[in-house]
Write a protein that binds this ligand. Structure first.
Ligand code: UDP
Ligand code: MG
Length: 322
């Protein structure tokens, strides 16, 4: 019956995952063999791993015709790796999943069931996070709430990049030309029918998170500045408030100067006023700079990533559409 059954491609970005990828592959194959409602394909994106990840992926590919591998020319980061995967993915539905088994592949059949019911995006929502430090949980919670408060696009709370997308959504996503890729926000923006699939986030099975503090902050900044112009408005409001305050200070200074004898005093106020305004100006400049930098990156229009090698693509001209 398989001739007409739909194709589902599972995209797995990998960066230095040699400790866990074998296990991931096993569990994925397991799920693929048990779920009979569609044909499967796994697309591993090697995001410039410096360990044995690529060699392992080569082995998987040699042993299993349903595996494809795209190796990027260097580490481009998770969001770009996901984008590269989506660009190379065939299929009527595409699933994006982390390589470290924090997103259990056993949830995929549930996502597929939602998809068959006509849902275009079935996104994983984490009910519990096992084995993640309190600090990460808190910063993540804070980030999701800040995003929700600032963003024009509503991005569901506690949602990562683990999701199933219909081909329509994938194509819409790929039609977005921006360099700054906040994948979950862009997918949320496309609309269509999006529904949550709740699961418990597992602890990373092995290896270490490569989301360092720096990467987490830059993802959060990307989420906010690429999806919201509220900071620019904040700049305006802060500017207005500051001008109100300085007007009051000016009036005060004039009154003291004209009607009292002690006008040399008040240098503290002067100093505070100057410092305060200086700070406000720098902050506002910083916000402008954040957007300016983004515009600069977009205008340069460099390719998002470069492919070093691809395995398991019979149609050898399936080259990236960067
Ligand atoms: N990843 C990637 N490129 C990177 C960093 C991470 O492709 O530069 C992959 C990584 O292999 C994993 C997923 O993105 O499959 C999520 O990364 P990680 O588990 O380190 O993040 P966390 O789950 O701690 O947020
Ligand atoms: Mg992880």
């Amino acid at each position: 019956p398989k001739q007409t059954s739909p194709l589902c491609c599972i995209v797995v970005p990998c960066f230095n995952e040699e400790a866990v990828i074998r296990k991931t592959h096993e569990r994925l194959l397991n799920v693929m063999d048990r779920e009979t409602s569609c044909r499967f394909e796994v697309l591993y994106v090697d995001d410039g791993s410096r360990d044995g990840t690529f060699a392992l992926l080569q082995d998987f590919q040699a042993a299993e015709p349903r595996v494809r591998v795209v190796a990027l020319s260097r580490n481009f980061g998770h969001q770009i790796a996901v984008t590269a995967g989506l660009e190379h993915a065939a299929g009527d539905a595409v699933v994006v999943m982390d390589a470290d088994l924090q997103d259990p592949p056993e949830i995929i059949p549930r996502m597929l069931a939602r998809w068959r019911d006509g849902v275009d995006v079935a996104y994983g929502v984490r009910r519990k996070r096992h084995g993640e430090p309190v600090f990460k949980r808190w910063t993540a919670a804070l980030f999701y709430r800040l995003m929700a408060a600032l963003s024009d696009t509503s991005i569901s709370l506690d949602t990562g990049d683990f999701r199933l997308m219909d081909r329509r959504v994938v194509d819409a996503f790929l039609a977005m030309p921006e360099r700054d890729r906040f994948v979950r926000g862009m997918v949320a923006w496309t609309g269509f029918r999006q529904e949550p699939v709740v699961y418990e986030r597992q602890a990373r099975l092995a290896g270490e998170t490569s989301y360092t503090m720096k990467k987490m902050v830059s993802l959060a900044v990307c989420g906010i500045f690429s999806f919201s112009i509220v900071p620019l408005r904040v700049a305006t409001w802060v500017g207005l408030t500051a001008s109100g305050l300085s007007l009051a200070a000016i009036v005060y200074a004039l009154v003291v100067r004209l009607f009292t004898e002690q006008w040399v005093r008040g240098w503290a106020l002067l100093l505070i006023g100057v410092m305060f305004l200086g700070r406000v100006q720098l902050m506002v400049l910083g916000i402008f700079g954040e957007y300016l930098g983004r515009i600069y990156r977009e205008v340069k229009a460099r390719p998002l990533y470069l492919v070093r090698q691809q395995l398991g693509f019979p149609e050898h001209n399936a080259v990236s559409r960067t």
